[in-house]
Design a protein around this ligand. Structure first.
Ligand code: TXA
Ligand code: MG
Length: 332
């Protein structure tokens, strides 16, 4: 199969719709990362997503809809606080997990859970795609399972060429890390995956927001949490924020031994290393989120080893950045 990259326009949207109607999958841009979308109502189409990515079959998918799509077709029992979050943050990088309406989408989307994760992306290209097809679109990030999520059409191409017919091109994703996943089925919202809508932002809007921490032995509420993720193809090492000195020593040792070592760090630390070996995350939280996957892609293509240093700040949007960075650098 040849894989084409096409800018979003009437003709490419019509082509995408045709592929989806035949049970296929296409990649499309969102404000967080590129998604691999297929008709959420079709068992065949949803199975194709898992097969294309090599994704474990117990890790559920998010359903994407355009901003006018009636959510009551997919889910029920929206709590008042969830309506407030929806009005305040959607369209945008917040995925809400609701009680699922039986039969609304394929059972394969939620892997047997009685909930459904719904997302309304704000990217204009994503909106155009969702409106044009009119379908609820099941979409994980458009990468091979466990690899770094794609923030450009080129990243999608590198991972999925030959496996999908079409990548809709919509520029580089501005957000840079995946949406916040928030369970809104209980009395209070619970963050299952940190992201660009931070816990603090949700607390400001409705007064309370918990963060899910799996208890040992418990069935994880967001099955994606138990898998290795976001990993570059080269080796990685991660140093704590207060261990920058150790990272400098490690960098010297490795470079002297002839390894191509690159350093991923915040702008504040860049002067500790040779300029051409620094993958600079930037200064603000949003900048670091926007740059993280782009730099991991750049690094894996240029280096034998990425030495990453955790930024100092851990709250707000940085909770999501640190979560992805830690997983990218984790052992199996
Ligand atoms: O920004 C994003 O969310 C991107 C773009 C493409 O929209 N999508 C994305 O999808 O990151 P994916 O499949 O890579 O991650 C979905 C996450 C997983 O951690 C999964 O376990 C969780 O959402 N999830 C999906 N449905 C769930 C449900 N019903 N209950 C709990 N967690 C769920
Ligand atoms: Mg993913």
């Amino acid at each position: 199969m040849t894989t084409e990259i096409k800018k979003i326009c009437e003709a490419s949207l019509a082509e995408a719709k045709g592929i989806l109607e035949r049970g296929g999958a296409v990649a499309f841009p969102t404000e967080t990362v590129y998604g691999l979308g297929a008709d959420a109502r079709s068992d065949e189409a949803v199975s194709a997503i898992y097969a294309i990515k090599g994704r474990p079959s117990d890790n559920p998918l998010i359903v994407h809809v355009h901003r006018e799509y009636p959510l009551t077709e997919l889910v029920y029992d929206e709590r008042p606080y969830a309506a407030i979050l929806r009005e305040k943050f959607l369209p945008g990088p917040l995925t809400l997990v609701y009680r699922k309406k039986e039969g609304a989408v394929s059972d394969l989307v939620s892997c047997g859970l009685d909930t459904l994760a719904v997302r309304v992306p704000s990217h204009e290209g994503a909106q155009a795609f969702l409106r044009y097809t009119g379908m609820p679109i099941a979409a994980p990030s458009a990468n091979i399972s466990k690899h770094i999520s794609p923030v450009s059409a080129g990243h999608v191409y590198d991972d999925l060429k030959g496996r999908i017919p079409l990548i809709l091109e919509g520029g580089r994703c501005s957000g840079g890390i995946e949406s916040t996943v928030c369970d809104v089925t209980g009395e209070y919202p619970v963050i299952l995956r940190a992201g660009l809508v931070s816990r603090e932002m949700i607390c400001d809007a409705i007064g309370r927001c918990d963060v899910y921490v799996p208890k040992s032995g418990e069935r994880v509420r967001s099955p994606g949490m138990k898998y290795k993720h976001y990993a570059p193809k080269c080796r990685t090492m991660l140093f704590d924020a207060d261990k920058a000195g150790d990272a400098v020593d490690e960098f010297r040792r490795r470079s002297d031994a002839g390894e191509r070592a690159f350093v991923l760090c915040a702008d504040a630390l860049k002067n500790l290393f040779p300029a051409d070996k620094v993958l600079n995350l930037g200064r603000s939280d949003e900048e670091m989120a926007a740059n993280l996957y782009e730099l991991l892609h750049e690094g894996e293509n240029a280096a034998d080893l990425i030495i990453a240093i955790e930024p100092e700040k851990k709250d707000g949007v940085m909770a999501g950045v640190i979560n992805r960075l830690t997983k990218a650098c984790a052992e199996e």
